[in-house]
Each structure stands twice: as C-alpha cells, then as structure tokens.
Design a protein around this ligand. Structure first.
Ligand SMILES: [Fe+2]
Length: 496
C-alpha cells in the first residue's frame, strides 16, 4: 500500500502543466511500438485499450473557450507479447472535414463562438460535433461519442472514420417542424450503459424543441431500437445516468441555459449556464416501459459522473462524484488562466433513494472524478470504486492521484506528484478474479518530462507494474474501455 505522503502544493499540477498537455496534436501514429520505461507487461494482460479525448486546444488559431470543445481524437493501445502498439486518429466529423478544407473555424462549440461577434454567430444553430468524450463497441465498429450529437462509427483496427451513425434512421428527429429545425438529428449521449445480463445498450439525449425533451434509447442485441421521449419543464444539463436491473435514474440539477442568448449567438452555451442554489429533481424511469415511476427532490449540487447504481428492495443506491454546483464558464477560465479562485470540488457521494426521499451519504471527504468499478459488479452492490483524486486542500480540479476505495472505507492511493492523471480503466486478471483484482490502465501527462505516459498498475496495491512513453504529447483524455482478446459473449458489449 502506498503511504499518503504529505502533499506539497508546489508539486501539484497547475494550469501551465495542463495547457502544455492540451496542446494540439499534429501527428497521427499507426501501430507504433511504445518505448517501455519500467517493469514488465503482465503476461495475461492482452487486448486493446481504446480512449477518447480532445486532441486540439485551438482551431486554426482560435483557442477553444472550454476544455470540452477540443476535436475528438481516439487512441488505440494494443497489448501483446511484443509490448504495446499505439495508434491515434482524429474523428473525421463533417464539421472537422469542412474546417480542414476551409483552413479556418466554421462552427461554434459548447464554450467557443466564432471570432467576429454577433455578425458571425447570430442564429448559427449548427454546432460542431466534437466526438471527443467516450468510445463504445457496437457490433463491428467503434463509436466515438459526444453528448450533443450523433455518434461516429470508426474502424476499430485502423480508427478510420466510417460514417455518422444514426442506427438506421432511429436518431432522425420526428417531432415538430420546430424540433426538426433546431435538431434535425437527435443526440446520443456519451455515457451509454450496457446491461451485463442482456447486452442491451441504454442511453439518452436531451434536445431543444417546441418543448425541451429527454430522449431515451434502448438498443437491443437483435438490432431493435426503442426510442421514447419525455417533455421537460426546462433544459437542464445531464451528463451521465444510472442503469439498474429495472430502472434508469436521472438527476436534473438546478442548472439552466439562457436559450435565447445562445441561439442568437450572444453567448456560448456554457457562458449562458445559470445555476441556482435550489434542489434538483431525480427521476426513476422503468427501463422496460420507459415510464416515469418516481420523482423526488435532491439537494442542490451537480454530478458529472456516477460509478454505479443498484437496487436493494424498494431502495436504489447511486454512487457518484458530487460537486456543490456546476462549474461555470468563469470558473473554468479563471482556472486555465492560472487564477486561484477555488474550483467546485467533487466528492465521492452515495444517494439512497427510497420510495419517498433521497438520503445523502457522504462516503468520506475524498475529492473524486472519473469513477469506475469492476464492471462484473455493475448494477449490483459493488465493493470497490476506483477514481482520480487530488489533495482535499488543492483548490484546482487537476488530478494527480489514483484511488481505490472499498465499501468498508479502506482507501489505497497512488500519487503521481506533478503529473496529471486520467481515468483509470480496470481490467480483471481472470474471469474468476476477486472483485477489483487485476490491473488499472492509466494515462498520465508529465510536464516535467514533457511527455504522455501509459501506466499499468496493480489494481489491488496501485503499485506500478510497467509504464510506457507515448511518441507525442497527448492529454489524458476523458473516457475509454479495454477489450480483451477473446470472442465477446454478445455482439454489442465489449467492456471487459
Ligand atoms: Fe464523462
């Protein structure tokens, strides 16, 4: 077990380290054998790690106004006897290709308007699909996902972009003329859930229209696509949800957009976000009928990510990373400009949802983001959660620790000094391994060494087993999964 060494704020990652890591990637590699820095690759660790994240921080000289805007770049790490082979490709979205041809930015993004003020942004309703948030195996393709638009299907071997995926037309908007004008295609968010029992994929999207709507999707292994929408009182910001054996659980935080200002081009979406210190709403939806079965108030706050959810009798438990409020555009700008204003800090939190109320259970004051579990325990009471973290007294969201927390409160941590760490991807070391026993695959970026690295940690002790250097600077990105070299039991699910 790693000792919890006292943190030295001078060694924490800072805005400069982040900006360096986030610089534009100019090179696309194909099957490059990575330089092994330390240790030995475990013999049983064989398969492919896919990851997605922004590969650019500016577009033809226009700096992106938010870290969520960078053009999606998918990474592929193949673990074999020879070592680790690495490839990376930008997702060739329609907007990416058009901007490449034009040699200038043509589209607005979540936190970026075009230069030129109102004249260039007025009523520009088509935003750039960043395709930068996560990846999902779907049949013989790999989907690059972004919560505001269609997925993009890639060749899982070459990472070549094959098509914009609308699931045989299922994501074409069929609502009113106004709905179709605002969103001809429906968004397919970046945190789909794969049912470990059936292989069905559940997901959602939120879209404006005559009435803002929550769209629910179930993509069955036989190819059937079920879609249903529910009207919302107002457009909110929902990034993730929870799947249990019988339910889909959504939390609508007290976050709203100034839609007229955004559509008029007077503001970017993120700049128009307003948060209120008032309760949010939790919806429990029957996952078979897509009907709303429970609607409860939740305390003010914001979850980007959940690690898991499960049922216990009439109760539902949710575990995730709860921020006191959504980080507004000004928070992010201050942070990236090296400001010292405290950034909203997410803490690992559990909700117990009873038929009549939501009880908050603080698991410990542990800063937490990008949580994950041993997926074999998805929708069940899990005993181990992995996540990234930093010192409680660190006011920034730049994470430099990997954590393993057990339900009994025992915590193991591994600190990476001034290096920025990315999401840990858990891989069990056998089908019968104890929960949480195996490896964690973690990307880091070291400003000191000016390079991106891939680390394989023991998932039990978090000790480093081996590490590799990437051939160029790549930020740790957002989300990924590992696909072992075995025939998947389902044609749709690939998460090990
Ligand atoms: Fe996410």
């Amino acid at each position: 077990m790693q000792a919890d060494a006292p943190s030295d704020s001078a060694l924490w990652p800072n805005a400069g380290a982040y900006q360096f890591a986030a610089q534009n990637v100019s090179q696309e590699c194909s099957d490059v054998l990575l330089e092994q820095l330390t240790g030995c690759l475990p013999e049983k660790l064989r398969g492919v790690l896919y990851r997605n994240g922004p590969g650019r921080s500016e577009c033809f000289g226009l700096p992106y106004g938010h870290p969520f805007d960078g053009d999606g770049m998918v990474l592929r790490f193949e673990f074999s006897r020879d070592g680790v082979r690495y490839s990376n490709r930008f997702v060739r979205t329609r907007e990416f290709d058009e901007e490449e041809q034009a040699g200038r930015p043509l589209y607005r993004s979540f936190g970026t308007n075009l230069p030129g003020g109102l004249l260039r942004n007025f009523a520009k309703l088509r935003f750039k699909n960043a395709a930068n948030t996560s990846v999902l195996r779907f049949r013989d393709s790999l989907l690059a996902l972004w919560e505001g638009g269609l997925p993009h299907a890639l060749d899982p071997r070459t990472l070549e972009t094959l098509r914009r995926e609308d699931f045989d037309g299922s994501l074409q908007n069929e609502h009113s003329a106004l709905d179709r004008f605002l969103n001809p295609e429906l968004p397919f968010s970046a945190h789909p859930k794969v049912c470990s029992r059936t292989g069905d994929i559940f997901n959602f999207g939120m879209a404006l229209g005559a009435t803002p709507r929550l769209y629910l999707y179930r993509l069955q292994t036989d190819g059937h696509f079920k879609k249903q929408s529910m009207p919302l009182q107002a457009m909110s910001f929902v990034h993730d949800f929870v799947l249990t054996d019988n339910y889909l659980v959504f939390i609508f935080p007290s976050v709203s957009f100034d839609i007229p200002r955004t559509l008029a081009g007077l503001s970017t979406p993120v700049d128009s976000i307003m948060t209120q210190d008032r309760p949010g709403e939790l919806w429990v939806i029957d996952r078979h009928s897509f009907s709303l079965v429970r609607q409860l108030q939740v305390p003010s706050g914001f979850f980007f990510h959940f690690s898991n959810g499960y049922e216990a009798g009439e109760d539902i438990y949710l575990e995730g990373c709860l921020m006191p409020r959504f980080p507004q555009a000004a928070d992010t700008r201050n942070l990236l400009e090296g400001g010292t204003d405290p950034f909203p800090k997410a803490l690992l939190t559990r909700y117990r949802v009873t038929p009549s109320q939501v009880e908050v259970q603080d698991l410990a004051p542990i800063p937490a983001e990008l949580p994950t579990i041993d997926e074999r325990y998805a929708n069940q009471e899990h005993g181990v959660t992995f996540f990234i973290s930093n010192a409680l007294e660190n006011p920034t969201p730049f994470m430099n620790r990997i954590m393993r927390r057990e339900m009994n409160g025992q915590v193991v941590e591994r600190e990476f000094g001034s290096d920025i760490v990315g999401e840990p991807v858990f891989v069990p070391d056998s089908e019968t391994a104890a929960e949480g026993s195996g490896w964690l695959l973690v990307m880091t970026h070291s400003f000191q060494r000016r390079r991106a690295e891939l680390h394989v940690l023991s998932a039990d002790s978090l000790e480093s087993l081996t590490s590799f250097a990437l051939p160029h600077t790549v930020p740790p990105g957002f989300h990924g999964f590992f696909e072992p070299f075995i025939t998947p039991s389902s044609s749709q699910t690939a998460v090990s």
